[in-house]
Design a protein around this ligand. Structure first.
Ligand code: NAI
Length: 459
């Protein structure tokens, strides 16, 4: 019989979902064991959001230097020092990691290092020690997926290896024009790589409103990022010279490396979930809206729960479950209200329903949309970015979707998120001031126009 320790909550996985649950539960006075085989912080902090956004910032600076002459600043881009880029990236990650370790220690969460396994509905075992919890939270996260016949190795890499490249590749094929695909395509192009994206569906970022997808395609064309939509992967060969991808339509593409960005799969295999009766569906953990699994006392949060695989969804679900266990009866996390930002150049940011989804939900005659072009926004002109803010509203009703494209517009998603989740009417937003000149004003202007009183836009 293994040694055993007892806690109020045992959490398997210390990524965004798991550590948020741990911190909130500890704050609420519960004892917590947080089990992690790799590093506290998980994918987002070490292999995902944070390091990629650091690289994208280096890419943004490269573009600024490259185009400095346009604003009267003399300068030239002499090259990209990948060792310098890596040390900037690692510095950001390192400081956040240190801060997070401090927080977990300060709240007296017991961080258990080692790979855990669910061995009973109320116990996780790590290296022969059983951590028993009155409640267990599964938060084991996700990993990069690949396709049949597409083995990762050599010149064929996932985002994990792409993040760690020690040089700027001369050329790259990006398989998948989703979130990871367009972010890497964007940053590599800024660093000087010749990029080609292959996407099976008819548009890049196919989950976004179609006018955003089309505008991103125009922007990428202008940036000379090659892409082929409606193009499915058929096979790959790699050799000393490079990697060649064949597509189902008979095309062949050759480059130095191939980034596979066709989605992320939940990590639920070999962890004892199904043996303990946790119901899985296509590898994901099935939960109800209160994030309860099929086993009483066992919850799941983050990327293993079907839906958007985003860190901030994980945080919110983790907080929700901790509060649920504490008996605070929190409101469930509403999937359609989760903000989404893709940090390519230009940014894509959205929350709520796309135009197509709104038409499906409400009927064509009950949907009104408005696009406000950044051409009328002073700050965007100063920053030399084009793009737009698109609002989707229910006729005579609230705004149900906010969709934006333009440099730095990711930072505006906070207001978009409040608008959609507070079910604001255009008149509500139009009555509130937006500082001038900011890019945020574009949201205010869009609401003014939708309320029938445009200022810097045509009727
Ligand atoms: P994704 O689901 O966004 O995109 C994968 C793309 O690959 C899809 O557009 C799909 O149509 C395409 N594809 C699939 N099979 C194909 C084939 N045989 N041939 C050609 N194309 C094919 O997944 P991605 O980009 O790998 O990202 C994974 C997850 O990570 C996403 O859920 C995303 O939310 C999250 N993430 C979020 C970020 C953010 O919020 N900024 C950044 C990076 C990742």
């Amino acid at each position: 019989m293994a040694d055993s320790q007892d806690y109020d909550i045992v959490i398997l996985g210390a990524g965004s979902g798991g550590y948020a649950a741990a911190l909130r539960a500890a704050e609420l006075g519960m004892t917590v064991a947080l089990v992690e085989g790799d590093k506290l912080g998980g994918t987002c902090l070490h292999r995902g959001c944070i390091p990629t956004k650091a690289l994208l910032h280096s890419a943004e600076v490269a573009e600024m230097v490259r185009h400095a002459g346009a604003v009267g600043v003399n300068g030239s881009l002499d090259g990209i020092d990948m060792a310098g880029v890596a040390s900037f990236r690692d510095g950001v990650v390192g400081r956040l990691y240190q801060g997070l370790q401090g927080l977990v220690a300060a709240r007296q969460v017991n961080l258990v290092h080692g790979w855990g396994r669910l061995v009973a509905p109320d116990a996780v075992e790590v290296d022969g020690v059983r951590y028993r919890g009155k409640h267990v939270i599964l938060a084991s996260g996700s990993r990069s997926k690949t396709l049949p016949g597409l083995e990762i190795g050599g010149r064929v890499i996932t985002s994990e290896q792409a993040l760690e490249l020690d040089h700027v590749p001369a050329s790259a094929i990006v398989l998948g024009g989703g979130v990871i695909g367009v972010e890497f395509a964007s940053l590599w192009q800024s660093f000087g790589t010749a990029v080609t994206i292959l996407e099976a569906l008819p548009n890049l970022v196919p989950n976004e409103d179609v006018s955003v997808s089309k505008a991103l395609e125009r922007a990428f064309r202008k940036r000379k990022i090659a892409f082929h939509t409606g193009t499915r992967f058929a096979g790959v060969e790699q050799g000393a010279e490079g990697v060649t991808v064949r597509t189902e339509d008979g095309g062949t593409y050759t480059s130095e490396i191939l980034l596979v960005a066709v989605g992320r799969a939940p990590m639920t295999e070999g962890l004892g979930y199904d043996e303990q009766g946790v119901r899985l569906e296509r590898g994901y953990v099935r939960t109800d809206e209160r994030l309860r699994t099929s086993v009483p006392g066992v919850y799941a949060v983050g990327d293993i729960v079907p839906g958007l695989q985003l860190a901030h969804r994980g945080f919110q679900q983790g907080i929700f479950v901790a509060e649920e266990i504490a008996g605070l009866k929190p409101a469930p996390v509403v999937e359609s209200g989760i903000p989404r930002v893709t940090y390519c150049d230009p940014n894509v940011a959205s929350v709520g329903l796309t135009h197509t989804q709104a038409v499906e939900a409400l009927g064509e005659e009950n949907v009104v949309t408005l696009e406000y072009n950044l051409g009328g926004n002073g700050k965007s002109q100063i920053l030399q970015t084009g793009g737009f803010v698109k609002l989707v509203r229910e006729k005579d009703g609230p705004i149900v979707g906010v969709h934006m494209l333009g440099d730095r517009l990711g930072e505006l998603v906070g207001e978009g998120q409040l608008i959609v989740n507070w079910e604001a009417y255009p008149e509500d937003v139009a009555a509130l001031l937006h500082a001038h000149p900011t890019q945020d004003e574009a949201l205010g202007e869009a609401a003014l126009a939708l309320a029938g009183k445009p200022l810097h836009a045509h009727n």
